[in-house]
Design a binder for this molecule. Structure first.
Ligand SMILES: C[S@@+](CC[C@H](N)C(=O)[O-])C[C@H]1O[C@@H](n2cnc3c(N)ncnc32)[C@H](O)[C@@H]1O
Length: 331
């Protein structure tokens, strides 16, 4: 996988420093007048750069806290920017309701923003004490609801699947024994005690548990699968998809989606749907190799260390549509 060292176009006084911004812009290859979607607006770092490159931009974010930054950018953008407080799984419906039937590029910058992580009251981080919340959209099941009501076996499954936590059963047992849990630091202490963690050890085991619960309460992997399918439906032939992901569970979904839909999966693969000998025409061209941030960007912005960018170009073929069972299993 290539590590890149392109000139930085980010600003360090932004509340969230955009990752791989120059590479994302290069991937989107914006021509003036094109219409592009920023599916994860956050603090608007990508949207601003896309506007500066000459695009008309539609921004989406599921977090109501992103609305003021979206409104501020609308006010500055002379009709070239629109914002929708929505989940990107709803991308196709949102665009069609806005009268947009096709777009030239779509970018996803998956995961949480620095604003979400840094606000103790959102409950995403165990670096400071806050309510066990973790809901990006500020609605639905909270982390506290989950840890205080789920069966021990279900908690163990979530920690194993979404945190890749090998000691999931031991942690789930400790969580159930310590209920009710209401604060981030309480949960972190339960996990550390269950695993015999000593302060100063290289990786805090609470990291995996927090990641798993966050992915679960926000339905993040299903959002990603459905967002990719929506992007496939809305991209014009030649339109460009750019996805930045931050851990292997997300990247695997993006990689497999593009591999299958670009026809790069070898014949006879167990991952391919059985189409009785008929192969569907690839809806994407074969994607370029993924890109990682260079050392200079990682030094400036430690979040960039785990980022992977995948870019692919939409073909002329019809969209494949929703994942079938075989594809879902593969992803
Ligand atoms: C890493 S930040 C994006 C930062 C942005 N690129 C910037 O430059 O400021 C991810 C954002 O995506 C939003 N998000 C995550 N999942 C989402 C989803 N399924 N639908 C819409 N927004 C989502 C989060 O609320 C968060 O604001």
């Amino acid at each position: 996988m290539a590590r890149r060292e392109t000139p930085s176009v980010e600003t360090n006084d932004a509340p969230h420093v955009p990752v791989l911004l120059a590479e994302v812009l290069e991937g989107l290859a914006i021509a003036p007048g094109e219409v592009h979607v920023d599916a994860t607006f956050g603090a608007g770092g990508y949207s601003r750069a896309m506007l500066a490159a000459g695009a008309t931009v539609l921004g989406l974010d599921r977090d109501p806290d992103a609305v003021p930054a979206g409104e501020a950018l609308i006010a500055e953008s002379d009709g070239k920017f629109a914002f929708h407080a929505a989940r990107f799984s709803q991308l196709a419906q949102v665009l069609r309701a806005a009268g947009v039937t096709q777009v030239d590029g779509i970018v996803f910058d998956i995961g949480v923003s620095s604003m979400q992580l840094d606000q103790a009251g959102r409950g995403f981080s165990f670096q400071s004490d806050g309510p066990l919340d973790m809901r990006m959209g500020q609605d639905g099941l909270s982390a506290a609801d989950f840890v205080n009501t789920a069966d021990e076996a279900d908690i163990a499954d979530i920690l194993y699947l979404y945190g890749e936590e090998r000691q999931s059963r031991r942690i789930a047992r400790a969580i159930v024994a310590a209920r009710p849990l209401e604060r981030t630091l309480e949960l972190a202490a339960v996990v550390r005690k269950a695993l015999g963690y000593r302060p100063g050890a290289p990786k805090d085991p609470a990291t995996r548990t927090f990641q798993a619960i966050r992915i679960h309460v926000n339905g993040e992997l299903d959002e990603l699968r459905e967002g990719l399918v929506a992007a496939e439906a809305m991209l014009a032939p030649g339109g460009r998809l750019a996805v930045v992901s931050f851990h292997s569970l997300e990247d695997r979904i993006v990689k497999r989606f593009l591999k299958l839909r670009s026809g790069s999966e070898g014949a006879g693969s167990r991952h391919l749907p059985d189409l009785s000998g008929q192969r569907r025409a690839p809806s994407f061209e074969k994607p370029a190799r993924p890109t990682r941030a260079g050392e200079a960007e990682c030094a400036r912005n430690p979040r960039a260390r785990s980022a992977t960018l995948r870019v692919a170009v939409r073909s002329e073929a019809p969209a494949w549509g929703a994942h079938d069972d075989a594809e879902r299993r593969a992803a």
